[in-house]
Design a binder for this molecule. Structure first.
Ligand SMILES: NC(=O)c1ccc[n+]([C@@H]2O[C@H](COP(=O)([O-])OP(=O)(O)OC[C@H]3O[C@@H](n4cnc5c(N)ncnc54)[C@H](OP(=O)(O)O)[C@@H]3O)[C@@H](O)[C@H]2O)c1
Length: 331
């Protein structure tokens, strides 16, 4: 199997690369080469910005693949470009969508692939829905061989996923500094969180799998945690004590509408998933990395080098603003 990852060195695609190599696949990357140091040997890298269609097409040349996975398609325009780039270059095209696309507010606490898609709160999710619709249309009119993957919150060993951001060290740093952190609602809603190593087993198991063509498949582990326990687990891994302040999602949205859309459009609701379709298609899929283990690995990665422990000043200031608005309101 010859597979191409658009991406390949990121949060999800890095572990997918390792899994594909372990399964004996020939792995190609298409990316801008910003993390060239960590690329495993055996991977062939094509350098291009995929948003520059001409450059991407030139880099791809006459190469053909058994499967292409685009990890960085977010809008209908991105998918239009993918269709043009890959319709004659691959036997299977995998679009990474998002479980946040499922209807909000939810009508049932267990989500499966047949749960309707609709998210009036979060543009990111509406864009993913449009991407899915475009692929379905292309399959109907021209037989485009798509597979849609819907991950929920998924992290690699360089992330500490929190309610307020996952790609930076803002919330963990506040914990280490003894500052307050916000958990939305009463901290008791359930959230499914998956390690990228487990996610990778699902994705790679779908590649070259004829039963996955024309299908949407959600990939997530079976560990559901309360938001309070997510924050306590992160703090424990760092050797810190979390100072949690509970603030309702609609209050967060009133103070900061952009941040609020991530709660009202996603994290405010319990998210439990029925992954029986995935387990039928990829029988070896299971949850092997608990959140506690995952956070120990991530903490070790962050604590190994000071330069990794960077807070996002904009997010940090936004959290302070929400906290002081809440302090002013609370009686
Ligand atoms: N993580 C989650 O919790 C989660 C949940 C739901 C859905 N998703 C979806 O999962 C996908 C992957 O997310 P991720 O954060 O894990 O991404 P990722 O795999 O970390 O993607 C980053 C990779 O893409 C490359 N890249 C970025 N921009 C590029 C460009 N313009 N041209 C070429 N290559 C580019 C990066 O390399 P260079 O920078 O060197 O180019 C890197 O290899 C996204 O579509 C996201 O919507 C993620």
């Amino acid at each position: 199997m010859k597979v191409l990852f658009v991406g390949g060195t990121g949060n999800l695609s890095g572990d997918c690369t390792l899994r594909a190599l372990a399964k004996g696949m020939e792995v190609w990357h298409l990316n801008r080469g910003s993390k060239a140091d960590g690329v495993p040997s055996g991977v062939v890298t094509l350098s291009a910005d995929v948003r520059d269609e001409m450059a991407a097409s030139r880099a791809l040349g006459a190469e053909r693949f058994d499967a292409v996975v685009d990890f960085v398609a977010f809008t209908r325009e991105h998918v239009e470009e993918d269709i043009r780039l890959f319709r004659d270059r691959t036997r299977q095209f995998v679009f990474i969508s998002s479980a946040s696309a499922y209807r909000k507010p939810p009508v049932h606490h267990v989500i499966s692939e047949s749960t309707p898609l609709a998210n009036p709160y979060w543009k990111y999710s509406r864009d993913k829905i449009e991407c899915e619709r475009r692929l379905e249309e292309e399959a109907r009119s021209n037989g485009f061989p798509f597979t849609i993957v819907r991950p929920s919150h998924t992290y690699c060993s360089r992330w500490m996923p929190t309610a307020f951001g996952s790609t930076d060290f803002t919330v963990p740093k506040r914990m280490l500094d003894g500052r307050r952190v916000i958990v939305h609602g009463d901290g008791q809603s359930l959230w499914t969180i998956t390690h990228a190593r487990d996610f990778a087993v699902g994705v790679v198991g779908l590649l070259g799998n004829p039963a996955a063509i024309g299908e949407a498949v959600q990939i997530m582990g079976d560990e559901a945690l309360t938001w309070d326990s997510i924050h306590v687990t992160i703090a424990t891994a760092l050797g810190a004590e979390p100072r949690i302040v509970h603030i309702p999602s609609d209050f967060i949205a009133a103070v900061d509408p952009e941040l609020g859309s991530h709660f009202l459009g996603d994290k405010a609701y319990s998210a439990l998933f029925d992954c029986s379709k995935l387990k039928r298609l990829v029988p070896e899929f299971r949850t092997t990395v608990t959140f506690q283990e995952g956070m120990r690995e991530s903490a070790a990665w962050f604590m190994a080098e000071g330069a990794r422990r960077n807070a996002d000043p904009v997010l940090d200031a936004a959290m302070d603003r929400i906290l002081s608005a809440w302090d002013g309101k609370a009686v």
